[in-house]
Design a protein around this ligand. Structure first.
Ligand SMILES: NC(=O)c1ccc[n+]([C@@H]2O[C@H](COP(=O)([O-])OP(=O)(O)OC[C@H]3O[C@@H](n4cnc5c(N)ncnc54)[C@H](O)[C@@H]3O)[C@@H](O)[C@H]2O)c1
Ligand SMILES: O=C(O)[C@H](O)[C@@H](O)[C@H](O)[C@H](O)CO
Length: 257
């Protein structure tokens, strides 16, 4: 192994995770904390994100800070970046995880509902990346990990806002992967399959989702929350140094079919 390269070891690294208060964001926060990273978790819900940060810091002994910020608000994103620089002096890793999913047939959705999903899922990661990149360029190092989705790769009925936004995240990841690699910064995406997070819980018992889990997912089951952590640690670490603009599917074999 090359001197100074730390495969899967994130000790001494500082990461921002958006949407880090619950769901996949908090699962990935635990994964990165277990690999040694210090964390700034962002969410719109201050109480929730502070509670998650306190729990992770106490369980893993790293530094974990929770902060309220909306990824669609440029001033709040600037405050997020400033806070990370003040607390850690650098930003090694950005995980663009915050996202929303509004479902329904196209003729039952409003323009505002469509635009809100694009705003959070596409403008959010773009704004957060734009804010951290100058610091990463200066350090000549960075790992940007976007949470796309299998629904950025394949279609699903009644998901036009979400599939459109995740297709855009896939393409943004490819463009940034190419644009940033000359500065020592990689940008890759995870495309998760179905995880039983607060985003999906209200739909878990619907016939549509039950049929989908059995019919589309080769492993015939929901993912366990910790099953997102390997890909998140890998793409945040030196182990993925020759990857940029890549999609890593964690989908129980859904898109292999
Ligand atoms: N759950 C799945 O099966 C699944 C599958 C594929 C992709 N994803 C993607 O993974 C990511 C996380 O999904 P999840 O299921 O954990 O969702 P979730 O709803 O359980 O959690 C989303 C998090 O994002 C935060 N958030 C939402 N809008 C925000 C905003 N404007 N600013 C700041 N924070 C905001 C919420 O506060 C929360 O912390 C999303 O991008 C989602 O699209 C999820
Ligand atoms: O109800 C839904 O819209 C789906 O269940 C999604 O949330 C998927 O689980 C996920 O996006 C897979 O890529």
């Amino acid at each position: 192994m090359l001197p100074g390269i730390k495969l899967f070891d994130l000790s001494g690294r500082a990461a921002i995770i958006t949407g880090g208060s619950k769901g996949l964001g908090s699962a990935m926060a635990e994964g990165l904390a277990s690999a040694g990273a210090d964390l700034l978790l962002i969410s719109r819900n201050q109480e929730e994100v502070e509670a998650t940060a306190a729990r992770i810091q106490s369980d893993y002994g790293n530094r974990t800070i929770g902060m309220q910020a909306d990824v669609t608000n440029a001033d709040q994103v600037a405050a997020m970046t400033d806070r990370a620089m003040t607390e850690f002096g650098k930003i090694d890793i950005l995980i663009n995880n915050a996202g929303i999913n509004t479902r329904g047939p196209i003729d039952g959705l409003t323009l505002e509902e469509f635009q809100e999903v694009q705003n959070v899922n596409v403008t959010g990661p773009w704004l957060c990346t734009k804010a951290v990149v100058p610091h990463m360029k200066q350090a000549k190092y960075g790992r940007i990990v976007n949470l796309a989705s299998t629904l950025g790769l394949v279609g699903m009925a009644n998901r036009t806002p979400y599939t459109s936004s995740k297709g855009a995240v896939v393409q943004m990841t490819r463009a940034l992967g190419i644009e940033l690699c000359e500065f020592g910064i990689t940008c890759n995406a995870i495309c998760p399959g179905p995880f039983l997070t607060p985003m999906n819980e209200p739909f878990a018992e619907t016939e549509e989702i039950k049929k989908f889990i059995v019919g589309a997912v080769a492993m015939n089951r929901w993912a366990r929350m910790e099953e997102i952590q390997g890909a998140a640690i890998f793409l945040s670490s030196d182990a993925s140094s020759y990857m940029t603009g890549s999609m890593v599917t964690v989908d129980g074999g859904w898109t292999a079919r």
